[in-house]
Ligand binder design. Structure first.
Ligand code: ATP
Ligand code: MG
Ligand code: MG
Length: 347
């Protein structure tokens, strides 16, 4: 069989590699950090730094196709892979790695993000709050995830207490949302697009806590418009693979939050809850196989993240019917760390 290379070594790569094996592909990973969780499921792991040109060339030489599971893979690393053998195209990483770029890109396609302002200095922050008001959220433009690199600003006085980090920032007005949801799609090499149902997503401390179906009327009424935007984004990027856009459902329609050029935590329910999971369809897309049916197979689905506690504590979930535990195999528990997830279905 042929070999799929995965850039990144987290749980998303682990679940991708499991789907790759199911389809008869060998997976190898390029994962610099020490605590990667792909070793048990990949044939080989290159534990080199992202800028090790010789190691990247050796990795690429072993792969028939390369993809990524981590949105902060340096663009130069992705571009070091042979053109036409890495999917999605690295331009998707380039667009999504900077929140300011991403918002401008989406606006050009007709999307509506929260009101925002570029912040590089203390004076910028004051004028941003003057113009957009408070409350709001100050975010680093790059490298944030799980709510890291974000500061809630309740008033101009909070802003005066902040020592700005030495990195480009963006200030966003706080969106009064009814609910949060994401659009997850897969786009094939031929441009065909399929969507999974949109779950209602809840967050705790900026980290996804649950995703549930049915999502409720507030969300269902806005999925159509959100999908249209997601389709435009995918087409504009010539995207191949699974792409995620996060939205706030508001009184005035869907407000774009951010995109992730990859499989997404809010799509983990698709492993048991859809005919074809996001991981299987991502692999199908990047290797050029026909896409699978994305339909939901249950009346109700709830995915719950296991965060910051020993995964053994989640075993009790298994006493409940049609309940499925995924252990990411992380040795060390840390506060806010995703250790696994549980999906419960009612068929
Ligand atoms: P992810 O792990 O999804 O990549 P992230 O660190 O990129 O997270 P965001 O998606 O920007 O973070 O924000 C995390 C959560 O914080 C959102 O899902 C939402 O609940 C809340 N949030 C972020 N921005 C806003 C906003 N402008 N108005 C209201 N709530 C917000
Ligand atoms: Mg994000
Ligand atoms: Mg997010």
């Amino acid at each position: 069989g042929s070999t799929i290379g995965i850039l990144g070594g987290g749980q998303l790569g682990r679940m991708m590699a499991i789907s790759a094996a199911q389809l008869g592909y060998r997976a190898i990973a390029y994962a610099p950090e020490g605590d990667n969780v792909v070793r048990e499921v990949c044939d080989d792991v290159f534990a080199n730094t992202w800028d090790d040109a010789a190691a990247l060339a050796a990795f690429a030489a072993r792969c028939d196709v390369v993809t990524w599971e981590f949105e902060n893979v340096p663009v130069a690393t992705a571009r070091a892979m042979p053109e036409g053998r890495i999917f999605p195209h690295p331009r998707a990483l380039e667009t999504a790695q900077d929140r300011l770029n991403e918002k401008r890109f989406v606006e050009e396609l007709g999307g509506r993000p929260a009101a925002y302002a570029q912040v590089d200095t203390d004076a910028d922050l004051v004028s941003a709050i003057d113009r957009l008001g408070a409350p709001g959220i100050l975010k680093t433009r790059r490298d944030g995830y799980d709510g890291k690199g974000q500061w809630r600003i309740g008033s101009i006085r909070d802003a005066q207490g902040i020592r700005l980090p030495d990195t480009p920032l963006v200030y966003e007005g706080f969106v009064e949302f009814a609910a949060e949801f994401s659009v997850i799609l897969v786009r094939g090499r031929d441009g065909e697009i399929r969507f999974w149902d949109s779950t209602c997503n809840t967050h705790e401390d900026g980290i996804l806590a649950t995703s549930a179906l049915p999502a409720g009327e507030a969300i269902e009424a806005q999925v159509g418009a959100a999908r249209e935007l997601a389709r435009q984004v995918a087409d504009a990027l010539g995207y191949v693979g699974v792409l995620t856009l996060e939205f706030f459902a508001t009184r005035d329609g869907p407000v774009f939050n951010e995109m992730a050029p990859r499989v997404h935590n809010s799509g983990h329910w698709t492993i048991e809850g859809a005919v074809t999971s996001q991981f299987e369809n991502h692999i199908r897309a990047v290797v050029g196989l026909p896409l699978g049916d994305t339909a939901t197979v249950a009346r109700r689905v709830t995915m719950t993240n296991i965060i910051g506690v020993d995964i053994d504590q989640a075993n009790q979930w298994l006493e409940q019917p049609d309940t499925h535990l995924h252990d990411y195999g992380k040795a060390e528990v840390r506060e806010g760390r995703k250790m696994g997830h549980v999906t419960q279905l009612e068929r």
